[in-house]
Design a protein around this ligand. Sequence first.
Ligand code: GLU
Length: 301
Amino acid sequence: MNAPYIGRFAPTPSGPLHFGSLVAALGSALEARRHGGAWRVRIEDIDAPRIVPGMADAILATLERHGFEWDGEVMWQSRRADAHAAALARLKAGGHIFPCACTRREMADSALARDGSRRYPGACRDGLPPGRAPRTWRVRAEGLIRFDDAIQGPQEENLARDVGDYVVSRADGLVAYQLAVVVDDAAQGITHVVRGADLLGSTARQIHLQRLLGLPVPAYAHLPVAANAMGEKLSKQTLARAIDSFPPARALAWALAFLGQHPPDALAGASLAQVWAWARAHWCIERVPRRLQCPAPGPAA
Ligand code: GLU
């Protein structure tokens, strides 16, 4: 028997679903179905300063309108504070994290930053300077992390050199994305993460945290990110058009083309059910372009 496959889509409700997020939803859902697996949805709504009220429900409604069917209940990251706190406590108990008093300004002024590096200079690694209060908690970044991305190929990151000690508990008291995502992926039993290549650079940190916490390490696949004509990632900041402004069947066919699936011209006027039927029958992750970024189809950008 094949090992179970559980995939997921984990949007942050900071804006309406745009073409780039539709691509991530579609790629992750089709890959899960191809393996006869489950596909779950998690709303990553803990970063209060970025969340737009009502947007989570709007995203779920947009997914439904495009014919997505997820398995089980939606997980709301904002309701997972206890699990996130427990993981932080385990990292503390294991001596893997340390309190840090550095402000952004201090780090920007440090020698390392003047080198053009954004790595943490290590000022509090061996203890807080006298009289300073902790602002954040950082993980000691150690080791070489290797993984084989199903689309982008073999990856390697030297955490100490390339990233430095990274934040897991933020100055505003919120748990950092890197920690929340690994705790919640494990809680949802996720075996395969298929998402945009804008998160490729986060994966080594997530694998590092999974190892420190003794959590299973899922397989990863990073899809090319959709960019506008200026080569900027589609996002709320680049004013990407909401996907709801297009007919759903048309938008799905564009997303399939973007993902290298070559839908036939006949799908241009097809119904949503026909596009899904074609997609389920023909989806092949090997055809997804091995690129970090690709231009979005004109209208969608
Ligand atoms: N919530 C993240 C985002 O919307 C995605 C997290 C993930 O897929 O790991 O960019």
